[in-house]
Design a protein around this ligand. Sequence first.
Ligand code: GLU
Length: 498
Amino acid sequence: MSEKEVRVRFAPSPTGELHLGGARTALFNWLYARHHEGTFILRIEDTDEQRSSEEHLDSILESLSWLGLDWDEGPLHQRERLDLYRDYVSLLMNSGHAYYCFASQEELEETRRQAQETDENWVYRGEDRNLSADEVRAKLDADEPHTVRFKVPDEGTVTIDDLVQGEVTFECAVLEDFVLMRSDDSPTYHLSNVVDDIEMGITHVIRGSDHLSNTPKQVLVYQALDANVPAFAHLPLILGEDGKRLSKRHGATSVNTFRTKGYLPGAVVNYLALLGWNPGDDREVFTVPDLIREFSLEKVNKANPKFDFDKLSWLNGEYISKVPAGELRLSVRDSLQIRGCWEEELDMERRDYFFALIELWQSRSHTLNELSDNIAPFLTEAFAYEPAGVREHIGNKDLLGLVEAFREALLQVDPWNQEELEATLREVAAGMDRDAADLIHVTRVAVTGKRVSPGIFEVLDLMDRDKSRVRLDRMIRYLRKLENAKAKRKEQEATKAG
Ligand code: GLU
């Protein structure tokens, strides 16, 4: 391995799905590796048996793959490396940097409670640091439960020259003697994380700034082991719109939810890249190769970015509008299938129709799901009228006769094209002394179910005569029902009044 080779890692604990913060960390590591033609390693920090699960691991791997963040080494599982951590603990014990701590949980809590009454900045310094070798042996022979703690120097400082946060200095006096090995012989995060970063030759630790307070402890471990300390880059935290750290409270934050809602991985990656990094100008839309070329840690800001769901949705819409229809075909088909709007394999003629539908709607849809919702009415009659469309465009407008007349006129339109359709609609409206807009709006709800749509004549043209007629028939039935209900109400009112 050459001195300069960049080796970075993403080290999730499989205790939940991959959320946006984790995905952003993975992405920045990945971009850094790809930019420097280095190595991106995936390490699974699964030593917490109780909270880790296979299911979460699978879902994390799936989300990473969906985002296109491929790893060069791994996944390595910490659970399979327990002996390694024990060997390192022996090294630290032998060099006098660690010690057995026999204090029980209750004793520790009591000591802490008493000490903090007089000094709120008190931190734990193990009394067992000073046990003689014979005393330790006796306790071990008696099988007394114990942990292994790191012996933090009483004085001095640890300075981290963070590539994002700048120089940060911690006083050793504020760092407790932290646990390296639990009483069940399992390594703590501080131990396994450092050991693996050493063993894997990690050159840069890029992670969320919520880990910054862990870093001085870890640096002390590197120093105690005489190992190279990697460079650190602590990324700014992602906030919700209320300025609090992004969490479930702010809505869906798992990558998988964005996937199922019909976001494109390219758009999600593009948006995540902007959470803390910027190119130094106001560009916002980037392809993955652009990001790889331009990404640098110097351009990562300290300021915590806010996650803007609307912006991601906008960006996703931009992506959807630019992808060739052929590439969207399978995803749209799948989501139509889920909605029960897809019957059989398309023959060539219907295939062209399907592509034309995608092209008609792709620049007007923010997600693949929205795109499928927009397309569904062209394939099936089983769609609902959007309530806002009914409220605004149908309401009490007395449209029955108008729609009936238009339905009849449509049967005569020849040739079936946008110009003829428009001329016919305007003629029908004028003939009945009505505003053409009224007829346009109700026709839109009838054929698309929506309040807004692409140009209605383009829609009718694509939909063809037969489908348009079927949908207008349905609207006519609906309007009749409205009229009947209205008539009934009037009758009841009259009876009441009488
Ligand atoms: N397993 C840790 C986490 O998921 C890794 C932290 C690190 O990157 O050092 O937060």
